[in-house]
Design a protein around this ligand. Structure first.
Ligand code: MTE
Length: 298
């Protein structure tokens, strides 16, 4: 994704260590104290990328436009306390503390392929719970057809938001059947630790059969609606980024091929793999799009 900005990234804080000693120890303690996570049949058995790969090569424009900017700058974000407004066509609208959002949900490890629209990919061991569980808890009303998501707006802690050239806040959306699919999770952890800030702490969406930009970070609002919600990259460049954004090697980005991808960590010359339809999750999700023209609904 390329996007012109007048921001000068040399102005923001220098790169600092993203995981300090205290956080590492806290993470290890949490891991030791928590019961073993249930192995999930939804997980891939491919080897996950290293924690370092996953936490130093990021897209998170609230913290800058370069891959290293989120790791350098996201440490300043305060993620506790955290609450999520859930509104629109639900039986129990309200402002829910993160603990209330998570209560009653089963946290599972999900090792997923993650494919960015920029044609790179990783294997990520998330911990999280199915979005369907949360939607059931708040009660989706019968007319609802879509779920809209919104990221935090806090320019004091998110230097990228000091640029007026991006339509903040970052917003995304799913059709209700996509949101209810068991592969769709709200991730709260990575490698058994609370999810690092640069990866979307304290809670982000993960939709593994779609391009990574659908997987919105640092969610503060979830709205059930009967209209297809606007999405950030579609607003920016509608001919390049659609609402559906299903991984599809047969539909190229106007400026590059989507037939293959660079697996991060595979070295400079190795690591190129064929891109799979629906990122390899077609057996589970292709039926959601039966009868739909995916070259038009890209
Ligand atoms: N969410 C917000 N709020 N802001 C962003 O810039 N970038 C998206 C997505 N979610 C983004 C976001 C894009 S383009 C990708 S590829 C993934 O986050 C990257 O997730 P990762 O950094 O955990 O790999």
């Amino acid at each position: 994704m390329t996007f012109k900005t007048d921001l000068r990234w040399s102005d923001v804080t220098p790169k600092s260590l993203f995981l300090n000693r205290r956080q590492l120890i806290a993470g290890a303690a949490a891991l030791a104290a928590s019961p073993a996570l249930a192995a999930s049949p939804w997980s891939t058995d491919e080897e996950p990328n290293s924690l370092e790969d996953i936490t130093t090569y990021n897209n998170y424009y609230e913290f800058g436009f370069d891959k290293g900017d989120p790791a350098a700058n996201a440490g300043a974000l305060k993620t506790d306390p955290w609450s999520i407004v859930i509104d629109g066509m639900v039986d129990k609208p309200g402002t829910y503390d993160l603990a209330d959002v998570m209560s009653g949900q089963t946290i599972e490890e999900r090792i997923y392929r993650f494919r960015c629209v920029e044609a790179w990919s990783m294997i990520v061991p998330w911990q999280g719970f199915e979005l369907a569980g949360l939607l059931k808890k708040v009660g989706v009303q019968s007319g609802a057809k879509y779920v809209a998501f919104e990221t935090l707006t806090r320019p004091e802690e998110m230097p990228g938001q000091q640029s007026g050239s991006f339509p903040w806040p970052y917003v995304e959306g799913l059709r209700l059947d996509e949101a209810m699919h068991p592969l769709t999770i709200m991730a709260t952890g990575l490698y058994g630790q609370p999810i690092p800030n640069q990866n979307g702490a304290p809670i982000r969406l993960v939709v593994p059969w779609k391009y990574g930009f659908k997987s919105i970070k640092a969610i503060v609002k979830i709205t059930l609606t009967d209209k297809q919600p606007p999405t950030t990259w579609n607003k920016l460049q509608a001919n390049e980024y659609g609402f559906y954004a299903n991984v599809n090697p047969g539909v190229d980005h106007p400026r590059w091929s989507q037939a293959s991808e660079r697996r991060i960590g595979g070295g400079l010359f190795g690591g190129r793999v064929d891109t799979l339809m629906f990122n390899g999750y077609g057996d589970h999700v292709a039926s959601l799009y039966a009868g739909q023209d995916l070259t038009r609904d890209f």
